[in-house]
Design a protein around this ligand. Sequence first.
Ligand code: PRT
Ligand code: ZN
Length: 283
Amino acid sequence: MLRIAIQKSGRLHDDSIGLLKDAGIGFSNGYGRLRTESYNFPLEIFFLRDDDIPEYVADGVADIGIVGENIVLEKGKRVETVSRLGFGKCRLSIAVPKNIDYLPGKTLEGSRIATSYPNILSKYLKEKGIQATLHDISGSVEIAPSIGLADAICDLVSSGSTLMMNGLKEVETILKSEAILIAAPQLNAAKQGILEQLNFRFDALLRAKSHKYILMNAPNQNIPQIIELLPGMRSPTVLPLAESGWSSIHTVVSESEFWSIIEQLKAAGAEGILVTSIEKMIL
Ligand code: PRT
Ligand code: ZN
């Protein structure tokens, strides 16, 4: 049995549950429960505060966990990163009141910075050779400048609207973060085996999310030119259409290449292009 710690409630909770369920792991997560066991996979799930997850994993109370990389780096516990999970994306940034003329390396010198990330921030400032006083506060960091507690803040940002609402502007990004799967450093062989099975399923889901399945029709004489454009998993599938001289071409492209390829495919004579999502992708 492998024990996984996930966030009890908050921004990573729903995606963590969704990932486990999409990976075919069945369990009931009745409201308010602190632990539950899967009925079809050797996994026990603990619901915890995100801040506690690295420590629980490092201490071996849980074997693995899903938590923001920002928390893992801040806590500095001995855990291993197994994979990046593609959700909970945010950045840890420094922000100052928007009317300030920000000078990199100068404005922060001698300033007071409010943050919930004192370890990451002090390391960053040290690397930059900046001396500042840190105020470690656990929430509502954004109001610190307006109440006179600090000159700047260092906090997580995703859309940027919280900063804007508080009259702040982002001036430096320290870290880009997302949810990661972490593991205790030395799992026994049985647990390692279960983790590999779980990670195999997560990989298939994550890869599927970042790819599209595309189908298109084209005159046979254009096929070589079209195939040139397609990165595909191996090589595209080409099937004859009922209309002679035409074929249907199927392949998989990554989300990042997708739009530029579609334009080029059209230019190369592809028609009736269909794009669908992929549920799971196993290489
Ligand atoms: O109760 P518990 O301790 O478990 O949860 P929590 O309240 O400490 O954390 P929670 O649920 O807010 O966040 C969990 C994780 O989500 C974080 O550790 C990050 O890894 C990730 N995440 C992604 C974020 C954000 N985006 C985010 N925008 N965490 C917090 N924020 C906050 C930020 O602190 C700021 O107050 O949202 C505000 C900014 O958002 P924008 O969209 O206005 O820029
Ligand atoms: Zn927390």
